[in-house]
Design a protein around this ligand. Structure first.
Ligand SMILES: [Zn+2]
Length: 59
């Protein structure tokens, strides 16, 4: 039985990916972040989502 994790970026359940703190980011979104420039709006969106998760963890 494969263990799947819900990606915090795309909400897809995937096996391949990384954990940042306790948040799972699938390999697809991870590469998207890596290849997105800081100026890109998408990058800000990723950071915003990750901060939301972090805030939830602290609550
Ligand atoms: Zn994803």
């Amino acid at each position: 039985m494969e263990e799947l994790h819900s990606c915090i970026i795309c909400n897809e359940r995937r096996k391949e990916g990384i954990f940042i703190l306790y948040s799972f980011i699938c390999s697809t979104c991870e590469s998207a972040i890596v290849h997105t420039s800081v100026e890109d709006q998408a990058y800000a969106e990723y950071i915003r989502k990750m901060r939301q998760i972090t805030l939830q963890m602290d609550a």
